[in-house]
Design a protein around this ligand. Structure first.
Ligand code: SF4
Length: 355
């Protein structure tokens, strides 16, 4: 596409904070690599205005690989008999936070499958213990769909943030990715409950998931505008060999990067991770993500001996190293592109360090 026309479209989106379906399609399908750089540069400038050249870190603790659900794309779905399952004990979770705090982390993300063996009381007790031990740190939960009452209890116990990818805002597409026991409607209900309770909320999608159309991506953007998330997690779909989607094609890294940049233009102050999936699909994916407007990285703080068991997709990176090694590697990577790691909790700009 003609460069000046492309620049006009990007300027339009940036100025209005809005995008039309036609503009989305043009940007995601344009074949001119030089135009892509115009998009990324604009996204970088927006991110820099809000966050400077600082990248926030979230220490990820994957504490259980058991899940009662059977999402078709997921390597730890309950029907995958080849998955090795593990659960961390409460003290092990606390120890992960302690070592993360020693490394300078100010946010812990507790993530798991939907594992019924952790009751609400267990989650609340763990949240309280983490906040007592590390009152200066933010606690994020990513443990799936729950009732409003459960979300309220976790919030009261100290959880600050909650990640729950909506996966797709289109009901038909949702049904292509999930069994009948899960619904788009309930997923949305969870996200609105979380937001109303006061959490900093993260939603997100996989780019290139089976059956995804351009219209679906536009619906996702519209949904995000209605929800007003504080974080948006997107990464390319990567198939897992023991799922019904084993033979599906991987999502495109280039489209993921372009969508990251578009989200940065539309949501200037949203927290936008350069995801592990992006780093798995492309050796420099996380650096490229930051250069397309992302401002968050989520290194793994789980004990190295369990990491290779939390395989949501094939080939996942960073499953062997110690957390300290991961940090050194990430530090070098982001310094090589002119950014630095922030020492702060990295709250959404709307929030001032506390809920
Ligand atoms: S995507 Fe989440 S809810 Fe679905 S099977 Fe995997 S861990 Fe469970």
């Amino acid at each position: 596409m003609d460069r000046s026309l492309y620049e006009k479209i990007i300027g339009d989106i940036r100025r209005k904070g809005d995008i039309t379906p036609e503009q989305l399609e043009i940007i995601l399908t344009d074949e001119d690599g030089e135009n892509e750089e115009i998009l990324f540069e604009n996204a970088r400038r927006v991110a820099e205005t809000v966050f400077g050249r600082e990248i926030y870190l979230r220490g990820l603790i994957e504490f259980s690989s058991f899940c009662k659900n059977d999402c078709y794309y997921c390597g730890i779905r309950r029907s995958n008999k080849n998955a090795s399952r593990y659960r961390l004990r409460e003290d092990e979770i606390l120890a992960c936070c302690d070592s993360g705090a020693r490394l300078g982390f100010k946010t812990f993300v507790l993530q798991s499958g939907e594992d019924p063996s952790f009751s609400d009381e267990d989650i609340c007790r763990i949240a309280r213990r983490i906040k007592e031990a590390h009152p200066d740190c933010a606690l994020t939960l990513s443990i799936g769909e729950k009732s409003r009452e459960s979300y309220e209890a976790y919030y009261k116990a100290g959880a600050d943030r909650y990640l729950l990818r909506h996966e797709t805002a289109n009901e038909g597409h949702y049904a292509r990715l999930h069994p009948d026991s899960l619904s788009c409607k309930n997923r949305r209900r969870c996200l609105y409950d979380l937001r109303d309770i006061g959490y900093q909320v993260g939603c997100g999608i996989m780019v290139g998931s089976p059956g995804q159309t351009m219209d679906n991506i536009y619906e996702d953007i519209e949904f995000m505008r209605r929800l007003g998330p504080h974080m948006i997690g997107i990464g390319p779909f990567i198939p897992h060999r023991d799922t019904p989607f084993a033979d599906e094609a991987m999502g495109s890294v280039s489209i993921t990067l372009r969508l990251l940049a578009i989200l940065r233009l539309l949501f200037p102050d949203v927290l936008l991770p350069a995801t592990t999936a992006l780093g798995t699909a492309d050796g420099r994916g996380r650096e490229k993500g930051i250069l397309a407007g992302a401002n968050v990285l989520m290194p793994n703080l789980s004990p190295p001996d369990v990491r290779s068991k939390y395989l949501l997709y094939d080939g996942k990176i960073c499953t062997g190293e110690e957390a300290a090694e991961c940090i050194r590697c990430l530090e070098k990577r982001i310094e090589s592109i002119g950014y630095r790691i922030s020492g702060s909790r990295g709250d959404h700009p709307d929030r001032s360090g506390n809920k």
